[in-house]
Design a protein around this ligand. Structure first.
Ligand SMILES: NC(=O)c1ccc[n+]([C@@H]2O[C@H](COP(=O)([O-])OP(=O)(O)OC[C@H]3O[C@@H](n4cnc5c(N)ncnc54)[C@H](OP(=O)(O)O)[C@@H]3O)[C@@H](O)[C@H]2O)c1
Length: 249
C-alpha cells in the first residue's frame, strides 16, 4: 500500500526535472496527479511516462486565468486537492549592475508572483489536512554571483511558507519548503551561460558540495513524498534542505 493511496496532487512544473520525478513517485505511491506547464509537447511526453493516473493542464503560472483553470479542471477531474507542490521556477544569471526592469519583472513574476498566486488560487480547493510544498533553493542561503533575482525570489518564498503555515493551520493544512541543492536537470541549460562558463560553474559547484556531486531529481522526489505524506504530520512552516551538504558543512 502506497503512502498517498487515494490522494489527489497538483504539481506545477510537473513536466520536467524534479516536478516530473515527483509525479512518478506520487503515482507509485497511489496518488492521482495533475501536472502543469507551458509546453504541450513536454506535457505529452510526461503523460506518456506517467500513465492513466495522471492528467495534464497546459498553462503559465504568470497568467491568473490559467491558474484558475488548473484548479477548476483538477476539481472536476479528480476532486479536492490533498497535495499541492508549487514547483515552477527559472533563473537567469546576470550581475545586479546589468539587471534591468524587464528582467526583474520576468524573474520575480515567475518565481515569486507565480508561486504566490498558485498557492492563493489553490486555497479554496485544498482539502482539510492537505500538504503544500513550495520549492525554494540552496541559493537563498548563499551569495552566488549573478543569482540576485533567483535567490531573492526564493528567499521571498521561504518567508511565504511561514505565513501560509500560520494562516492555513486552522484547516489542518501544513505548508513546507523543499530546498534543493544543485540538481542535474534541464534547469541549468536555461540559465543563459555559455557552455564553457556553465561547465566551469558546474565543476566549482560540485566541489562545494560535501558529497562531491550534483543531486538527482529522484532524490528530491523522495523528500517531497515525505513532506506530502503523513510521515511528516507534525512538520509545518519548515524548509527541508536536500543539498548534498553544500550549505550545511
Ligand atoms: N536544478 C537545480 O539545481 C535547482 C536547485 C534549486 C532549486 N531549483 C528549483 O527547482 C524547481 C524545479 O526546477 P527543475 O530543476 O526541475 O527545472 P526544469 O527541469 O527546468 O523544470 C521546470 C518546470 O517548470 C515549468 N515552467 C517553467 N516556467 C513556467 C511557467 N511560467 N509556467 C508554468 N510552468 C513553467 C517547465 O515547463 P515549461 O517550460 O513547458 O513551462 C518545467 O516543467 C524550480 O523552482 C527551480 O528554481 C532547482
Amino acid at each position: 500500500m502506497g503512502k498517498l493511496e487515494g490522494k489527489v496532487a497538483v504539481i506545477t512544473g510537473g513536466s520536467s526535472g524534479m516536478g516530473l520525478a515527483t509525479a512518478k513517485e506520487f503515482i507509485n505511491n497511489g496518488a492521482k496527479v495533475v501536472i502543469f506547464g507551458r509546453k504541450q509537447a513536454l506535457l505529452n511526453v510526461a503523460l506518456h511516462e506517467l500513465g492513466d493516473n495522471a492528467h495534464a493542464v497546459q498553462g503559465d503560472v504568470t497568467i491568473m486565468d490559467d491558474l484558475k483553470r488548473l484548479f477548476n479542471e483538477t476539481k472536476s477531474k479528480f476532486g479536492s486537492i490533498d497535495i499541492l507542490y508549487v514547483n515552477v521556477g527559472q533563473g537567469v544569471i546576470v550581475p545586479i549592475a546589468e539587471t534591468n526592469e524587464a528582467l526583474f519583472d520576468a524573474q520575480v513574476g515567475v518565481n515569486f508572483k507565480g508561486s504566490y498566486f498558485t498557492l492563493q488560487q489553490a486555497i479554496p480547493f485544498l482539502s482539510k489536512g492537505a500538504s503544500v510544498i513550495i520549492t525554494t533553493s540552496w541559493l537563498n542561503q548563499v551569495g552566488f554571483s549573478g543569482s540576485s533575482l533567483l535567490s531573492s525570489s526564493k528567499a521571498a518564498l521561504r518567508s511565504l511558507v511561514r505565513v501560509a503555515a500560520a494562516e492555513l493551520a486552522e484547516k489542518e493544512i501544513r505548508v513546507n519548503a523543499i530546498s534543493p541543492g544543485p540538481i542535474g536537470t534541464a534547469f541549468w541549460g536555461k540559465i543563459g551561460l555559455p557552455e564553457d562558463t556553465l561547465n566551469a560553474a558546474a565543476e566549482a559547484i560540485t566541489d562545494q558540495t560535501t558529497l562531491k556531486r550534483f543531486g538527482k531529481a529522484e532524490e528530491i522526489a523522495k523528500s517531497v513524498l515525505f513532506l506530502a505524506s503523513d510521515d511528516s504530520s507534525y512538520i509545518t512552516g519548515e524548509e527541508l534542505a536536500v543539498q548534498g551538504g553544500i550549505t550545511a558543512v
